[in-house]
Design a protein around this ligand. Sequence first.
Ligand SMILES: CCCCC/C=C\C/C=C\C/C=C\C/C=C\CCCC(=O)SCCNC(=O)CCNC(=O)[C@H](O)C(C)(C)COP(=O)(O)OP(=O)(O)OC[C@H]1O[C@@H](n2cnc3c(N)ncnc32)[C@H](O)[C@@H]1OP(=O)(O)O
Length: 204
Amino acid sequence: MPGGSHRVGTVRVVTPLRTDLPPGAQLPPRPANAPAPGTVLPSHYVRCFACGDQSAHGLHLRVDADAGLALCATFEVTEHHQGAPGLAHGGLLSCALDEALGALGHLTRTSLVTGRLETDFLRPVPVGTVLHLSARVEGVLGRRVYASGEGRLNSPTGRVAVRARGLFVEVPMEHFVTHARAEDIQAIEQDPDLIRLREHQTIF
Ligand SMILES: CCCCC/C=C\C/C=C\C/C=C\C/C=C\CCCC(=O)SCCNC(=O)CCNC(=O)[C@H](O)C(C)(C)COP(=O)(O)OP(=O)(O)OC[C@H]1O[C@@H](n2cnc3c(N)ncnc32)[C@H](O)[C@@H]1OP(=O)(O)O
């Protein structure tokens, strides 16, 4: 994807998009302990708006590992996800892609947070649509993971409605412990099943 550019007077200012794959980034091999293709990837946190099953009006994204450093995911757009009447809110579509791209950490065996996310909205997504997402790692440089994905209408081969590219940054578990509210950490200590990463990640 090319960088953006604009003119300030007679000077052309070039801004490389920060999700562009930088020189030196490489696609690492699939780790031997990555979940096998077809494995349902667990919600990292049951209260997560995107993937948690305890988020009443959340997206309830279902995520499956794919071959390589890739995955696919689905969610149904409900009336709780509207922006314009009967149409999905764009921010929620970005949220779904954010989650799908971030969940690539299950494959790379790292904990990822979003540094930058760019979304292209190509078609409206009506309530009742099942959005079929796919996501893949494009390359890794140091702690930076570059990823891309798209969402298709009602089938894995449906029309592309939304595309995204993102730059994710690998963080240690302390990142979450440091920044969470005390009551959230306490809740996890009392009910460790709020976090469902154990099966596939070694970080707990
Ligand atoms: C016991 C309780 C634990 C509970 C945990 C529960 C669950 C969580 C566990 C696992 C999660 C698993 C899956 C999650 C899946 C999906 C979730 C969706 C993803 C999200 O929804 S997540 C929320 C939104 N997200 C944030 O909340 C991030 C806020 N932010 C920060 O926390 C910092 O900003 C951070 C950490 C990003 C960096 O900070 P830092 O100090 O660690 O490192 P630094 O700044 O050095 O950046 C390192 C290298 O990334 C480059 N870099 C950084 N940011 C960049 C940008 N924007 N553009 C271009 N490059 C960037 C630098 O340029 C440098 O590159 P270089 O190393 O080459 O110089």
